[in-house]
Unconditional design. Structure first.
Length: 239
């Protein structure tokens, strides 16, 4: 795990800490006068080594291991609770940089047709039905058929699988990325970027739809350029 402590003078101190030394992470943050924490990066469930546990980790390891066996929302919610219990305020990246998300008026590329609009509604219904199971944040639908659901392997894996499918039944479909119902957006907010758009195009899909205000666009200028280069659409929509 890597954390960056940024004091009031905006100088950056970067320190690496093992999860087994969770007490040391909290001590390092407090020593750097950090009061607010922002999480960024990908989620993983590392192999833990009990022999390396510090006193705090020995005490809370059972609850962390239990949380790791649940979905991302449950695990990350537990992480937030741990940081808050130790006196840190957890902020979402979008709270510091509101322009990371897109408003509902974002529309790049061609207009979706009636089938696209129906596929969007179908994908939204699928994701809402799956939300209580804490599975994923993305879904691909073409001509009313669900061709892929994002799971632990992530969006890129799902799109590559569709691109590698011998029979491109997904031609003309859409990819929807949205938050889970009740998801705490301070951590693991859904995101897309240039690689997402490239994957969508390679999978033979016609467009991407993201939930307005609840999905981050990384490298926005480059992402929008990839959308235009591939003649697909990108829409932010309030559901």
């Amino acid at each position: 795990m890597t954390l960056a402590a940024v004091p009031n003078n905006f100088g950056t101190n970067q320190n690496e800490h093992r999860l087994e030394k969770l007490g040391g992470i909290f001590e390092a943050l407090k020593a750097a006068s950090v009061s607010h924490v922002v999480f960024a990066g990908c989620l993983s469930r590392p192999m833990l080594h009990p022999a390396a546990y510090d006193p705090l980790m020995r005490r809370i390891a059972p609850e962390i291991i239990t949380a790791m066996q649940q979905g991302d929302a449950a695990l990350l919610g537990h992480v937030i609770e741990l940081f808050e219990e130790h006196g840190f305020k957890v902020l979402g990246a979008h709270e510091l940089l509101p322009d990371l998300t897109a408003q509902a008026d974002l529309h790049v590329g061609p207009q979706p047709d009636a089938q696209h609009l129906a596929d969007i509604e179908r994908a939204w219904g699928i994701l809402q039905a799956l939300s209580p199971l804490d599975v994923g944040q993305g879904c691909v639908v073409a001509a009313g058929q669900c061709l892929g659901i994002e799971t632990a392997q992530g969006t890129d894996f799902m799109l590559k699988y569709l691109a590698d499918t011998a029979e491109k039944t997904n031609k003309g479909g859409i990819f929807l990325k949205a938050s889970k119902a009740g998801q705490d957006l301070r951590i693991d907010m859904p995101a897309i970027g240039p690689a997402t758009i490239a994957g969508v195009a390679q999978a033979g899909l016609d467009g991407v739809v993201i939930e307005a205000g609840k999905v981050m666009i990384l490298e926005r200028e480059k992402t929008l350029q990839v959308v235009e280069d591939n003649n697909i659409f990108l829409i932010a929509r309030a559901f």
